[in-house]
Design a protein around this ligand. Structure first.
Ligand SMILES: *Cc1c(COP(=O)(O)O)cnc(C)c1O
Length: 486
């Protein structure tokens, strides 16, 4: 063995050690680390201004110790087993190693030829995951993205490209139609930014009401909304406004696991509507997509297989470090049309191994898939499914414990998120936001306040860590009781 080989082995061993230290530390946060605290921006700015003028070189070990300490102190510790906030998971050591190895080798995934192993590893993962959402791995286009926002943007670009062949060349201005996107009131707000960024305009979003109890898209209201947008013979638009007679239902977004309440829109019924009106069906399963890997949860996603495209974040319920999104579509031709690019300086790709820069939004591309690949390889598909299922069970247990403690649940979902309130909150004795703030200050468990599209306010607790156990739920309940009593 030569020196180089010996050092490669040493590095691999160190990476393994990082994985083990990471896993020990995330679990030990329960005993030794607050989930959150209160920090003023002035405190952080003063520390930076005093210590980091970058005038003298500094020893890396010292900087890491200093910055690492501040990161633990000043910020919400989302990997903590008692972080019950938004979908920011505890990550396994394999995920950390995936990002470290990616940074070490820094592969450029713009082109296949530069990063043969890396692009093929991502392709392998896409083909492995596609069947779980009922997509055929042979014909599905899939890619890694930075997250749900990029995946949803990709979906809108493909929908427009597919529906309107001239869109790519002459843009929205060249269309005589005015494309609309239908989305539930509980759908993700990334679509507002996307409507803005694509030039569709925020008014091109049609916000469909949800059923009052299950908070799923009300399909009859969807039909009514589409009907109301249909051209009528008597239609006369105000001057300057796009002619209503030209509006087209270009896309329907169904959400499988809403951000607020984990509601799963009735996917099959929405797919029927999309088929009837010729709209592109996008399923935003950024969080809920992971349910597709679990036999007991998969039926709740029934209908997802009829989507034209799907958003599914690996950095949410697949528990790998940010940013790791997934995007799937049944329309590779639209992908080719939308993202085609040829230059004199990029090596030419081939039909059998497409270059990611010409089939996706990104150009220079990080090896996003490695952290998922390592995590999945280490735990196995059954192990990952068991992890996801256990979190769903913790969600059910949390619901029971909250009810036993005098709270009541507002949402209904098989996914592990509980939106809840308490008679004292309903009577106005204390506001939901004040309860959440008291927990944040105490730092023993972190939950959020939510406001539904209806204006109703509630508390929201989500199982985002695969380490969360029954004792963590008990601490949360005790903290809530304490916040209500003080
Ligand atoms: C989180 C989320 C998004 C946005 O995804 P990012 O990865 O944060 O960009 C989109 N849709 C839903 C339903 C989400 O929960």
């Amino acid at each position: 063995m030569n020196d180089f080989e010996a050092h490669v082995i040493a590095l691999n061993e160190l990476l393994g050690q990082i994985a083990r230290e990471h896993e020990w530390l995330v679990a030990a946060q329960r005993e030794h680390q607050a989930v959150s605290g209160v920090t003023r921006p002035e405190t952080v700015r003063a520390w930076l201004a005093q210590n980091y003028r970058f005038e003298q070189p500094m020893a890396l070990e010292n900087v890491v110790a200093d910055v690492g300490g501040k990161l633990r102190q000043w910020g919400v510790q989302v990997t903590h087993p008692r972080y019950f906030g938004l979908f920011n998971p505890t990550v396994p050591g394999a995920g950390v190693v995936g990002d470290a190895l990616t940074a070490h080798l820094n592969p450029q995934l713009a082109t296949w030829s530069h990063s043969v192993a890396a692009t093929e590893i991502e392709r392998h993962l896409i083909r492995f995951l596609a069947p779980s959402i009922g997509f055929d791995p042979e014909t599905t286009f899939g890619c890694f993205t930075t997250g749900g926002q990029e995946s949803n943007l990709t979906a809108v670009i493909l929908a427009l490209t597919h529906q309107f062949p001239t869109f790519g060349a002459t843009g929205l201005r060249g269309l005589d139609a005015h494309p609309l996107i239908y989305l539930s009131a509980e759908g993700h707000h990334s679509f507002h930014k996307i409507a803005h960024a694509t030039g569709l305009g925020r008014h091109a979003l049609r916000i469909v009401p949800v059923e009052s109890k299950r908070l799923r898209m009300d399909v009859r209201a969807l039909r009514r909304a589409i009907e109301a947008d249909r051209p009528t013979p008597t239609d006369s638009s105000p001057p300057g406004a796009p002619s209503r007679s030209a509006v087209v239902p270009a896309m329907i977004v169904a959400t499988a696991g809403t951000t607020t309440a984990g509601a799963i829109d009735p996917l099959s019924e929405i797919a029927d509507v999309a088929a009837e009106v010729g709209a592109w069906l996008h399923v935003d399963a950024a969080w809920g997509g992971a349910a597709a890997l679990v036999d007991s949860l998969r039926p709740y996603l029934g209908g997802i297989e009829r989507a034209d495209s799907v958003t599914w974040d690996a950095h949410k319920w697949l528990s790998v470090p940010m940013g790791a999104g997934l995007f799937f579509s049944k329309h590779p031709a639209a992908v080719e049309a939308a993202f085609a690019a040829t230059t004199g300086y990029m090596p030419a790709g081939s039909a059998s191994a497409r270059d990611p820069y010409s089939t996706s939004l990104q150009w220079s591309r990080r090896f996003i898939g490695l952290k998922l690949f390592l995590a999945l390889a280490e735990i196995g598909a059954a192990g990952l499914a068991a992890r996801i299922e256990r979190q769903a069970e913790m969600g059910r247990l949390l619901r029971e414990k909250l009810i036993a403690a005098g709270f009541f649940a507002i949402n209904e979902t098989p996914l592990p998120v509980v939106c809840f309130s308490h008679p004292q909150i309903e009577s106005g004795a204390i506001r939901a936001g004040a309860v959440a703030s008291r927990l944040h200050e105490a730092g023993r468990a972190w939950i959020s306040k939510v406001v539904f599209a209806t204006g109703r306010t509630a508390l929201r607790a989500c199982i985002t860590s695969y380490l969360t156990d029954s004792s963590d739920l008990d601490v949360l309940i005790a903290e809530l009781a304490h916040a209500l009593s003080t």
